[in-house]
Design a protein around this ligand. Structure first.
Ligand code: PLP
Length: 382
């Protein structure tokens, strides 16, 4: 049976051009970028070319790019890097209840270390209110960390407006751009952010490489202590082939924006064919590849398994912990009841998806929802 991939927000396949580049680099450019000999300098050139490519894509200078091991490290470097700078107290951080665990759990750790964190709510549309950010700001606010697009719903936050507030309050503004950077056009200067995280495996580079944009003049406490790599901002021998792959992947021509039409076809197909369905979160203010759909009376996990058996990979935002399915913290924060959150499924599209796959997926979803409702305990006991 053929399997089709609709889970690009979890990760994306390595793009063929990137793979070629990566294997060539691993075979041939094996020097340590800190070495002064021929091999080291070849590695250094590749690393710096990648840095220029990433900087160009994000609209900043190459010196403002720090390569990391991925989105989680970029987020942690931003959050801890600001909060743990010496001699800055009182320390107050503003974030939201819908962040990815890479920011959420970093902020929880900060709370354990005595930092005060304000967790902003979101509306049913998944969006933070700018007014809430304004109210939460105070003279001791050192950091605001708010994501660009949510990984579960695709909902975009009003980053430019929040950046204006942050600048006025002299607070540093970090934006987790992992679901946007490298996919859609991003200009960090126009956004007005100070720190911006991206991760290669969301747009055709391999897992384990990412970057943090650090606006010139922003000082960060290092997470890793070692050599003087990355201008003392991230110690460790540079992942030259990974950074090269990131540089290649950001330069690929793919119109992620155009995926909106395919997403629209999928969404209207499901909403029209399957009764008791609706979209979670704002349907206007979203990245074009994501659709989070609620199926009344259907367990999201059961739908994921049913679709997998029919050859389609999708996801539910639920996390499995100690044998129980925990509803998504994002959907709960949006005001959904636990059973509503548990009956939601995320479809996230990417470069390999076609109209035919989408049409087949609609058929599979329709059949699976009907089947699961037939066999659900609620229906059986009724
Ligand atoms: N932030 C967001 C919004 C994400 O979606 C992810 C990954 O799913 C991350 C951060 C973490 O990135 P990585 O998997 O590269 O550590």
């Amino acid at each position: 049976m053929q399997h089709f991939y609709f889970d690009h927000n979890a990760t994306s396949p390595v793009a063929p051009e990137v793979l070629r580049d990566l294997t060539d680099a691993m075979a041939e450019v094996y020097g340590n970028a800190s070495s002064i000999h021929h091999f080291g300098q070849a590695a250094k050139r590749r690393l710096e070319a990648a840095r220029r490519a990433v900087a160009e894509r994000l609209g900043c200078t190459d010196r403002e790019i720090v390569f990391t091991s991925g989105g989680t490290e970029a987020d942690n470097l931003a959050v801890f890097g600001v909060a743990r700078r010496p001699a800055r107290s009182p320390r107050h951080v503003i974030t939201t209840a819908v962040e990815h665990p890479a920011v959420l759990n970093a902020c929880t750790q900060l709370e354990r270390e005595g930092v005060e964190v304000t967790w902003l709510p979101v509306g049913l549309d998944g969006m933070v209110r700018v007014e809430d950010v304004r109210r939460a700001l105070r003279p001791g606010t050192t950091l605001i960390s708010i994501m660009h697009a949510n990984n579960e719903t695709g909902v975009l936050q009003p980053i430019e407006e929040i950046a204006v507030l942050a600048r006025k309050a002299a607070a540093i503004f970090h934006c987790d751009g992992v679901q946007v950077g490298g996919r859609l056009p991003v200009n960090v200067r126009e956004l007005g952010v100070d720190l911006y995280s991206i991760s290669g495996h969301k747009f055709g580079a391999p897992k384990g490489v990412g970057a943090l944009y650090v606006r010139k003049g922003i000082e960060l406490a290092a997470l890793l202590h070692g050599g003087h790599h990355e201008r003392d901002r991230r110690a460790g021998t540079e992942n030259v082939s990974g950074a090269g792959a990131l540089g290649k992947a950001v330069s690929l021509e793919f119109d992620w924006g155009a995926l909106g039409e395919l997403r629209g076809r999928l969404e209207s197909g499901i909403l029209n064919r399957v009764p008791g369905t609706c979209v979670n979160g704002s349907s206007e203010n979203r990245v074009p590849n994501t659709s989070n759909v609620r199926f009344e009376g259907v367990e999201g996990e059961a739908m994921v398994i049913a679709l997998d058996l029919r050859g389609f990979a999708v996801s539910s935002g639920s996390a499995c912990s100690s044998g129980a399915v925990e509803p998504s913290h994002v959907l709960l924060a949006m005001g959904l009841a636990p059973e509503e959150a548990r009956s939601s499924v995320r479809f996230s599209l990417g470069p390999g998806n076609t109209v035919e796959q989408v049409d087949d997926l609609i058929e599979a979803v329709t059949a699976s929802a009907a089947h699961l409702r037939r066999i659900s305990p609620a229906v059986l006991s009724a």
